[in-house]
Write a protein that binds this ligand. Structure first.
Ligand SMILES: C[S@@+](CC[C@H](N)C(=O)[O-])C[C@H]1O[C@@H](n2cnc3c(N)ncnc32)[C@H](O)[C@@H]1O
Ligand code: SF4
Length: 435
C-alpha cells in the first residue's frame, strides 16, 4: 500500500471507531453514580484504599463540594437517567444522614433517579455509625452493605477493625429490619490464624444471620499496609494458597447449598438480590465517580466528546475540596479509552460474572470481530477449554465452576490473544491524555 492509501485506511478506521462509540453510548444513556466519603475513624491493618483519618471533618463544606462535583459531572455527561447510586468509602456511614439526603436531592434534581433505583450505603458496624441507620433510610438509602469482615473477635483485632462481632451482628440485624432483602454482608477469608475448619464454622454463623446477599473476599496483603509488614517480618502468618483455595471452594459449595447463587467471583445472592450497581461495572456500563480519588468511565458529551474517558478525581480531600470550590470539579486525570483498552475492560470485568460475556454484549463493543474470531484461533485458549476451565459456545464466553477460581491465571492468556489479533487487524490508535 502507498502512504496515501494507508492514511485513507487509517482515517476510515477512525471514522468507524467514532461511529461505534456513538452507537454504544446512544444505547446506554443510563449511568450509575458512586459517591465517596473519604474519611475513617481509624486505619484497618489490611486496607490500602484512599482514605483519611482526620482530626475533625467539615461536614458542611464536604457536602457542598460533593454536591457541586455531582452537578458538574452530571452536566458534563448529559446523561438522562441514573440507574443506581452507591455511597462508598472510606466510611460513608460516618457522614451525616443530611449529607446523604442532600446528595440524593442533587442527583434527583439534575437527572432522573427512579423511585426503584438501588441506593446503597456502605456501613461499618462501629458504635459511631450504628444508631443512625434509620435516619439513612429516611434520607433515601434502600440498601445496606455491611463491612462485617469477620465474626471472630480475634480476627477483627488482627484486622484493626473498630468493632467487635457482637456489634456487627447488631448492625446487621438492625439493617435487615429496616431494608429486608436488601442487605449485603462483606466477609473476608484467608486471615492470619484461620484454618479451613474455623472458616467453615464462621461461614455457618454468617449464613445463620445474613440477609440475601454475601460478598466473600480473599485477603490480599497490600504493600504499604501494617498487615503486610507484620507478615513479612514473620510476626503473623497467613494460610497457604492451597488452604485459601480450599476455603474458597468450600464456601462456594456451602453458599450454593444454602440457596445462594454465585453471580460473580466474590458475590452471592438469594432470590435475585444481586447488586445492580456492581453489575453495571462488570457489564462495562458508564459510571460517574464523585469525591476524592473516585474513578469514572463516561463520555463527556457536553464537551463534544464521542469517546469514553477514564477519569480519576484528586486523592487528598482538602486539595480536592479546593479544586471543586474553584473549578466545580476535582478531576485530576482524564484519559480517552482506546478501543483495545475498552475491549480489555469488557473481557476482564465480564468474565468475573458467572454468566460471562454474551455474544450480543461483546458485539456492542466490537461489531467487527466476534469472540470466536478473537479467541477461536489461539491454542492456549483451546487448551483452557480442553481443561474444562473456559467455555466458548453459542451463548458466549464464560468460566466454568473450576475456571472461576483460576480467573487470575486465565485472563492473561485471553488478553494476549485479544491484543495479538487486534494489532494484526488494525493500526491501534494510541490513547490520548486529554489534559
Ligand atoms: C470498599 S471496601 C469497604 C470499605 C468499608 N470502609 C469497610 O471497611 O467495610 C469493600 C470490601 O472490600 C474488602 N477488602 C478491603 N480491603 C481488602 C483486602 N486487602 N483484601 C481483601 N478484601 C478487602 C472488605 O471486605 C471490604 O468490606
Ligand atoms: S474502615 Fe474501610 S476504608 Fe476505612 S481503613 Fe478500614 S477498611 Fe479501609
Amino acid at each position: 500500500l502507498t502512504h496515501t492509501e494507508r492514511e485513507r485506511e487509517r482515517e476510515r478506521e477512525r471514522e468507524r471507531e467514532r461511529e461505534r462509540e456513538r452507537e454504544r453510548e446512544r444505547e446506554s444513556s443510563c449511568i450509575s453514580l458512586f459517591e465517596k466519603w473519604p474519611y475513617c475513624l481509624k486505619r484497618c491493618s489490611y486496607c490500602n484504599f484512599n482514605k483519611y483519618i482526620p482530626r475533625s471533618v467539615n461536614h458542611v463544606l464536604m457536602t457542598e463540594c460533593l454536591q457541586k462535583e455531582t452537578r458538574t459531572l452530571l452536566q458534563l455527561s448529559q446523561v438522562s437517567k441514573i440507574t443506581s447510586v452507591f455511597f462508598g468509602g472510606g466510611t460513608p456511614s460516618l457522614a451525616q444522614p443530611s449529607t446523604i439526603a442532600a446528595l440524593i436531592g442533587t442527583v434527583s434534581k439534575h437527572a432522573q433517579l427512579s423511585a426503584d433505583a438501588e441506593v446503597t450505603l456502605e456501613v461499618n458496624p462501629t458504635p459511631a455509625g450504628k444508631a443512625r441507620l434509620r435516619d439513612f433510610v429516611a434520607a433515601g438509602i434502600n440498601r445496606f452493605s455491611i463491612g462485617t469482615q469477620s465474626l471472630c473477635d480475634a480476627s477483627l483485632r488482627v484486622l484493626g477493625r473498630d468493632h467487635n462481632a457482637l456489634q456487627a451482628l447488631q448492625t446487621l440485624s438492625e439493617a435487615r429490619t429496616l431494608c429486608p432483602g436488601r442487605v449485603s454482608v462483606d466477609v473476608m477469608f484467608g486471615l492470619p490464624g484461620q484454618s479451613v475448619e474455623s472458616w467453615e464454622s464462621e461461614l455457618e454463623e454468617v449464613l445463620s444471620v445474613c440477609d440475601d446477599h454475601v460478598s466473600l473476599y480473599q485477603l490480599t496483603l497490600e504493600r504499604g499496609t501494617s498487615l503486610f509488614r507484620q507478615v513479612k517480618l514473620g510476626e503473623l502468618s497467613v494460610p497457604s494458597d492451597d488452604i485459601t483455595a480450599t476455603m474458597y471452594r468450600s464456601a462456594r459449595k456451602r453458599l450454593e447449598k444454602a440457596g445462594f447463587l454465585q453471580y460473580e467471583v466474590s458475590n452471592f445472592a438469594k432470590d435475585n438480590a444481586v447488586s445492580a450497581h456492581n453489575i453495571g461495572y462488570w457489564k462495562a456500563q458508564q459510571y460517574i465517580g464523585i469525591g476524592p480519588g473516585a474513578h469514572s468511565r463516561f463520555v463527556p458529551l457536553a464537551l463534544g466528546g464521542v469517546h469514553r474517558e477514564a477519569r480519576t478525581q484528586t486523592l487528598e480531600p482538602d486539595v480536592w475540596m479546593w479544586e471543586v470550590w474553584h473549578h466545580g470539579h476535582g478531576t485530576r486525570r482524564r484519559m480517552q479509552l482506546s478501543h483495545l483498552g475498552q475491549l480489555e475492560e469488557v473481557l476482564v470485568m465480564g468474565l468475573r460474572m458467572t454468566e460471562g460475556i454474551s455474544h450480543q454484549h461483546w458485539k456492542m463493543f466490537s461489531p467487527e470481530a466476534n469472540l470466536q474470531d478473537i479467541l477461536g484461533m489461539c491454542s492456549d485458549v483451546e487448551e483452557l477449554q480442553k481443561k474444562g476451565l473456559l467455555i466458548l459456545d453459542e451463548r458466549g464466553l464464560r468460566c466454568s465452576w473450576d475456571g472461576m477460581a483460576l480467573l487470575d491465571s486465565i485472563l492473561p492468556v485471553l488478553l494476549l490473544s485479544l491484543e495479538t489479533l487486534f494489532h494484526m487487524c488494525r493500526p491501534a490508535p494510541s490513547p490520548a491524555t486529554v489534559d
